[in-house]
Design a protein around this ligand. Sequence first.
Ligand code: GLU
Length: 461
Amino acid sequence: MQPNGTSDQNVATKAMHPYAARVFREVSERVPWEVEFLQAVQEVFETITPVLEQTTLYEEESVLERLVEPQRVHAFRVVWHDDAGRVRVNRGWRVQFNNAIGPFKGGLRFHSSVTLSGLKFLGFEQTFKNALTGLPMGGGKGGSDFSPRGASDREIERFCHSFMTSLYRYIGAEVDVPAGDIGVGAREIGYLFGQYKRLTETFSGVLTGKGLNWGGSKLRPEATGFGLVYFAQKMLERRGEELAGKRVSVSGFGNVAWGAVKKATELGAKVVTLSGPDGYIYDPEGVSGEKIDYMLELRSSGMDVVQPYAERYGVEFHAGRRPWEVPVDVALPCAIQNELESADAERLVANGCKYVAEGANMPTTPDAVRILRQGGIVYAPGKASNAGGVGTSGLEMAQNRTNQTWTAERVDTELRRIMTDIHDMAWDAAATCGNPGDYLQGANVAGFLKVADSMVDQGSV
Ligand code: GLU
């Protein structure tokens, strides 16, 4: 799925508190081309009006002006050799967004679509998401426009080593702890870690998503998808429903989708779709058993297509289409930003879908979010519902700091608790604002208060 810009980028300032509207206008004028970043800022600013109406403290302390400015952005070129011996050049970034509540923390994304604007949006979102986990982690994001698609293992190794050579001075277990994201999985984290270790002569918890033999946490690969389903379970429970027996559509087929399918299936739901940039598959029997393991094979093929699933299991493949046209009870967008647009939202509403929980970061456009909510669909934003990945990264950091290795059961129990707490925190914050059940407002308000109050406590830095 390719990210798309959104049409209603700058129109909703009316819904904002005047202070937020002014800061939003200033940012829009300063970086009008950073479309995704502005989209993320707008979404947060539109929902924190009740907080800004209650106190002028944040305005007096210029908290919003500070919140939208990354603490520091590292930009560098990444030079590497391909298998043919040619010198190749990519761009690399690390956006250290906010460290008010802990070291910068967030993934690295390797994908041809990566831009500084995209990473700023992701770092901004990460700041609130990490705050919601209740763990001491600030927000950051990084990556490169390098696409691992079609690259050989050796090329990926050389790329990762070069990337880390440019980055290693600026990260550290107590400074900034990167992890995986799209295009960065266990293999890439291994190469990045190896180079960090070689350059610094230290063995530390500088990255999360590490291998189990060398400091990684059990369940980290599954955590984002598992956490998403635990969150969805809570959403249903609150409304007296259960996940078992529900039809679920999932987009993507990578790490998040895999974990979500695994857990949803285990809990008795039926996942009927998966998707890739090439289209989606519809499996009416449900993606279960060895088909879930096959997702891993599909991913490691490096081809970034889902069609082979249809051929292998004899199910429908819809080229160039998105899975949101399939009637389901629950939709879990797990691919990439802005992959669920207005027309998709209208179809979900028309087909009687009742819940949308985001596994990806900002997969739903602002227009689509409005349509879903007006259509009566219960909607959970990624910064709440996909926080289980980074939450488990936080558990990996805790294990590294104390030289411990927790059992899978312990990690799973902690993950469930984190997701339950985020659900309840978002619920309570929304109720305080007079909008019970509004997870978007609840997550933004709860995350904002934690970060903003920490910034105020620490003075004008
Ligand atoms: N990339 C994941 C996210 O978007 C995980 C980040 C991490 O574990 O640091 O939250």
